[in-house]
Design a protein around this ligand. Structure first.
Ligand code: DGY
Length: 319
């Protein structure tokens, strides 16, 4: 008997084809968002679940999952939506999809930097609403990216690709991580042992760290105060790493010249003031949204399932 797999969202066609070939998938062709109770109900008799970060597996949900479910193979690199300790406690295996979305997410980070620095959102709105009237030397003047200092919090896989791309703009790379990386991975990036040490070096600040209780609200008013005046903040990791009130106050005062955000607290009901401010460049959590990457994420999730059901250790096991 092929294992039964509950797939919470509509996945790329090629991924669903492979699912149909190798498993008994319960697909979601209309891509409806499951409520917590509907998810638990839909999992009845399933051996595995492939969720996205849009489904939350709190300790309570995990406790209520049918005993048949043995593995949660996430279609995401981030797994802060899963209570990993609760999963371990229940003997549930949890996997993610690292590596395959580094290029796409780094591309989006560069877009956020350019979009925020060069006021792309404002410019687009002007053209689209026919409000663009004139050219003048003082019109839509932004911040130059080339040659500036980029501080990266979390020089993991995505952070390192962002650093490589940013070097194409002659940027000097600074970073903070829990530990200093070996020099071949640093590739010349300058290490700062604490976020406080890093902040004064950031003309641009990018977050590529995971969301944990330790990184929650990592960008707060104390750390913003340490940034150079007119710094630009971008985030394509998780909204939780930013204290929204603190960042919004800094965007209003001009301490932070602009931000570029792809991820937010409480998506999609984001802090309403981000929408009101002219100096925010806002994307709807699309860091990994390229055809190539979404296919690769699905195949990676399936590789993990295949290994698990073949009695092997899944490559990307996180619990
Ligand atoms: C990820 O893979 O973590 C992306 O944010 C999409 O969920």
């Amino acid at each position: 008997m092929k294992p039964v797999v509950l797939v919470t969202r509509k996945l790329p066609e090629a991924v669903e084809d492979r699912l149909r070939r190798d498993y008994q998938p319960r697909l979601n062709p209309d891509d409806r968002l499951y409520s917590r109770d509907a998810l638990i109900e839909a999992a009845a008799g399933a051996d595995a679940i492939i969720p996205c970060h849009t489904e939350r597996f709190s300790a309570e949900v995990i406790a209520r999952l049918p005993a048949s479910v043995r593995i949660i193979a996430n279609f995401s690199v981030g797994y802060d939506h899963v209570d990993v300790e609760a999963a371990k406690g229940r003997g549930l295996v949890v996997t993610n999809t690292p590596e395959v979305l580094s290029d796409a997410t780094a591309e989006l980070t560069i877009l956020l930097m350019l979009g925020a620095a060069r006021r792309a959102g404002e410019g687009e709105r002007l053209v689209r609403t026919r409000a663009w009237r004139d050219w003048s030397p003082s019109f839509m003047v932004g911040t130059q990216v080339s040659g500036k200092r980029l501080g990266i919090v979390g020089l993991g896989r995505v952070g390192r690709v962002t650093a490589r791309r940013a070097r194409g703009f002659d940027m000097e790379i600074h970073y903070h991580d829990l530990q200093r990386l070996p020099s071949d991975l640093e590739a010349g990036a300058i290490y700062h042992p604490t976020p406080e040490d890093l902040m004064p070096h950031c003309d641009f600040l990018a977050f590529h760290c995971v969301a944990t209780p330790q990184t929650r609200k990592m960008l707060n008013s104390d750390r913003i105060a340490l940034l150079p005046p007119g710094a630009i903040v971008v985030n394509a990791s998780r909204g939780a790493v930013i204290d929204d009130e603190a960042l919004i106050a800094a965007l209003k005062s001009g301490k932070v010249a602009a931000d570029g955000l792809d991820v937010y607290n409480n998506e999609p009901d984001i802090h309403p003031e981000y929408r009101e401010l002219p100096n925010t460049f806002l994307m709807p959590h699309i860091g990994s949204a390229t055809k190539e990457t979404r296919d690769a994420m699905g195949f990676r999730a399936l590789d993990n399932l295949d290994a698990f059901f073949a009695g092997r250790e899944p490559k990307d096991r996180v619990a």
